[in-house]
Design a protein around this ligand. Structure first.
Ligand code: GLV
Length: 302
């Protein structure tokens, strides 16, 4: 009987029948007993016992060290799209197959992005916090209509965000390392996007930091920055300075360099934060989990 460790903490919550797919295929599973993201030592400990043939993976660090100790592991099936937590060359060297679930979380992340933009523009979180403390105070926000939205990364999610914001009457510019033709938006250099956009939203893979103090200094006064991609893309210290000086009007962040996040951005009223829930819409979770199980079973069958 094949054995699988399920590292994501919410697996099966939206549709428990997905777990029975594994049982039907004769696969025994263990749920993550920590009920939170495992750190490197913890996942190494789990995988080095040589019990598991497969891993339904979240965003725990699957480093070279972890993968070289993961005795008997044959398949990593990411429940999600990003593979920045997986050392792919180490997996290749160990003949571990890697799968992910592209496409199925596009709408979920794009809709969250739009929600964060609107919440930032109309100061929803700030006013909500006030009302919860008994304060009835009106503050003007601004429209999305007529704004210039700069998208950094123009893959499936970036393109979907472009379509959504254009429906609100916003203009779109995008930067992407690949040359991309788009009817919806104009491709520009990163520097032009940074200098001209009213709202900057990140949708690139999390390889390197793109927004540091220098980039923030070139942005429009009061710019809104939205990040639903990866925390590493923004230097959080530089962002905190930009927020303090008023250069950045609002940051809406779903992702952080350290998750769970406990850092200094918590103290800013003009920062909206969500706990990495880009894909956490039940329709998307169900599709992702089904696809991840199908990928896993395919991989285990070789
Ligand atoms: C979520 O962040 C993912 O990569 O799927």
């Amino acid at each position: 009987m094949k054995k699988v460790f399920i590292a994501t903490t919410t697996f099966g919550n939206d549709d428990p029948t997905i777990l029975s797919l594994l049982i039907k295929e004769g696969v025994e599973y263990t749920l993550n007993p920590f009920e939170r993201r495992l750190n490197e030592t913890e996942i190494k400990d789990v995988l080095s016992k040589g019990i598991y043939d497969g891993l339904l993976a979240g965003l725990e660090p699957l480093t070279k060290d972890v993968l070289f100790q993961a005795k008997g592991l044959k398949v990593i099936s990411r429940v999600g799209v990003g593979l920045d937590n997986v050392d792919q060359s180490a997996a290749g060297a160990r003949n571990i197959l890697i799968f992910n679930t592209p496409g199925v979380l596009t709408d979920a992340v794009a809709e969250l992005t739009l929600g964060l933009m609107l919440a930032a523009l109309r100061k929803v979180s700030f006013l909500d916090r006030k009302m919860h403390t008994g304060q009835w105070e009106k503050v003007s926000g601004a429209l999305l209509k007529g704004k210039l939205v700069g998208l950094i990364g123009f893959g499936h999610i970036g393109q979907r965000v472009a379509t959504l914001v254009k429906a609100f009457g916003a203009e779109v510019l995008f930067f992407d390392v690949c040359k991309t033709n788009s009817l919806d938006a104009q491709q520009v250099e990163l520097e032009q996007l940074i200098r001209t956009a009213d709202i900057i939203s990140l949708h690139s893979s999390g390889k390197e930091c793109l927004i540091e103090a220098n980039e923030i200094s070139q942005m429009k006064q009061g710019v809104i920055i939205v990040n639903t991609a990866r925390g590493i893309l923004i230097d959080e210290g530089a962002l905190a300075q930009g927020l303090s000086s008023g250069k950045v009007g609002c940051a809406a962040l779903d992702v952080f360099t350290q998750e769970p996040y406990q850092g200094p951005l918590l103290k800013f009223d003009n920062v909206i934060m969500t706990p990495h829930i880009g894909s956490s819409a039940k329709e998307a979770r169900i599709m992702m989990e089904k696809m991840a199980v199908e990928n896993l079973l395919k991989g285990l069958k070789g």
